[in-house]
Structures are given as C-alpha cells and as structure tokens.
Design a protein around this ligand. Structure first.
Ligand code: AMP
Length: 284
C-alpha cells in the first residue's frame, strides 16, 4: 500500500496505472473508518484494479464549526484498516494541497436536489462536497466511485453532478452497514455517550416501523410521519431535524404513496446529528 500526501505525486502515479490500462476505483472518506467504509472498499476493489481511498476532513462542507472541530480523527488506525482491506493507494492531502490559497470562491449548486433534506438544513454543505470532489476527480482520475446510500442525498447529488458535467466516472451506491441493534454505522457515533447511544436506536426502529406500516396497508403519509415522529420524540435525548417521505429520484416531498419512497430522517442526539434512511420499494 502506498501513501501520498501531495496531489502532483499521486496524480503522476495514477496516470502511470492508467497508461497500463488499469481501472481506478475510488472511495472518498473523512476517515475514522468503520465497517461501513470497509464495505465500500470491498465493493470498489471488486469493481476496479487499483483501489484509492482518500482521507480528508473537508472544511468546506461543514456548516457548523463545532462539528468540524469535534470530528474524530485516527490516521494510524485508518491506515491499518486500509492496509488490511486491500487498499492500494491512500491519499491524505494537506489543506494547502487541496485548497492552495484557501477555499476558492466558486460553487456548484443543484437547486432541486439541494434545497431539501440535509441541503436545506445544512446550507452550503453539498456545495462543499461537490467542490472538493471536483478537485479529487481531477487529481485521482477515477473510473468508479463507490459511495454509501446512508448519505442517500449526497449519492444522488454526486451522481447527477458527475453525469451532468460529463466526468468520465461511474458512481456506484452501496448499502448501509449497521450495528447489531440497527443503528447505521457512522464516525459520529463515537461522540455519543452511553444514554445517547441507547436512544439513537429509535432511529432504525422508526425506519423499520414506517416500512412495516406501509406494507400493512397504511397509505396516509401525514399520519405515518406523525406516528414515527412521536416514536422518536419519546426520547428526550432526540430532536428531529427532519423526518420525511421523499421521491427517491427527485428527493421532493411525496404527497401520496404513488410509487417507491425514501423515508429520510435526521435527528440530533445530544449535540450529534445523525442521518439515516430506508428505501421503501412499493412497486415490487
Ligand atoms: P464519511 O467518511 O462519513 O464522509 O463517509 C464516506 C463514505 O462512506 C460515504 O460515501 C458514506 O456514505 C459512506 N458511509 C458512511 N457510513 C456508512 C455506512 N454505515 N454504511 C455504508 N456506507 C457508509
């Protein structure tokens, strides 16, 4: 496994691999790796020849300075996990390498996909994600990018972005990996105390209940939202940021169950914001 800290040298290396006809698969991460990240790496390795992982906490995508300051970091642990999970190249850029002269004054927006859910609640977040990925795509020249559907809106936005701007890359979505009690794995889970961690279990339970009630015949989305909100609200440690049924393609709020739906939830658990979702397959 090779480790690079500089964009020029990793770009040269990638070009070398590409000139030999190798397919580059790429997993973007902010580090503090868990099984969710490792599952993306496995998928990416299966789909390409050279697996590249970046570890970079991108300040441009944090709308809350406290969230950025408290974001967990464990580079040594991450490198060990990369090594034992067949990663070929790890890229750990400095801030200066990615944003020479500071974060540039440029922004790509996809209003219809960004004015909802996390885009609405975290202004500037997805613009920051697309800014950094634009740079990474040029540096790493990936053929395949594997992204988690836990961050479903991010996955949809990046897919739309790369298709619309003709990046020669395929965006592949990967299923959410969960803890034994159903909580979606997240680097931010490490910031939950014991009581918060227990309460967080209501999130996957609400997702499951939503799906169950729909499959049992409940069609009224307003009453479903009310039932699930009450369930999450039953813990004083949880505060809902949003809980919505949206169209999985357009991400617009659904008024009725006329096709597949994404039940998307964001919840503050103490000071930690957690997101999760469930794809509800109505048509099959
Ligand atoms: P992050 O380091 O949180 O920016 O996440 C890097 C990538 O890992 C993103 O594509 C996430 O969607 C994905 N990811 C995060 N948590 C999970 C999970 N529990 N299961 C699968 N993928 C995940």
């Amino acid at each position: 496994m090779e480790i690079f800290y500089n964009s020029q040298s990793i770009n040269n290396k990638i070009k070398e691999h590409k000139s030999e006809g190798k397919k580059i698969s790429y997993v973007p991460t902010m580090g503090y790796l868990h099984q969710g990240h490792l599952s993306l790496m496995k998928k990416a390795k299966d789909l390409g020849d050279i697996l590249v992982v970046h570890i970079f906490v991108n300040p441009a995508q944090f709308n809350d300075p406290n969230d950025l300051t408290n974001y967990p970091v464990d580079i040594d642990g991450d490198l060990k996990k990369c090594k034992s999970n067949n990663v070929d190249i790890v890229y750990i850029p400095t801030l200066e390498d990615i944003y020479p002269g500071g974060v540039p004054d440029i922004s790509i927006t996809i209003p219809s996909l960004m004015n909802v859910l996390c885009g609405e609640k975290r202004p500037g977040h997805f613009e920051g994600v697309l800014l950094v990925l634009s740079r990474f795509f040029h540096i790493l020249l990936p053929d395949i990018v594997v992204m988690g559907k836990k961050d479903y809106q991010q996955f949809r936005i990046v897919d739309y972005f790369s298709k619309s701007l003709a990046f020669p890359v395929e965006i592949i979505g990967a299923e959410t990996i969960r803890e034994d009690d159903g909580l979606a794995m997240s680097s931010r889970n490490s910031r939950l105390n014991h009581k918060e961690r227990e309460a967080a279990n209501l999130i996957p339970r609400a997702l499951k209940l939503g799906e169950k009630l729909i499959f049992e015949g409940e069609k009224n989305l307003d009453s479903l939202v009310e039932i699930l909100s009450d369930m999450i609200g039953s813990s004083s440690l949880l505060k809902i940021d949003y809980l919505e049924f949206v169209d999985p393609e357009t991400l617009q709020k659904k008024k009725s169950l006329d096709g597949d739906a994404l039940l998307a939830i964001a919840v503050f658990c103490g000071s930690v914001r957690l997101i999760d979702n469930k794809y509800i397959d109505i048509t099959n």
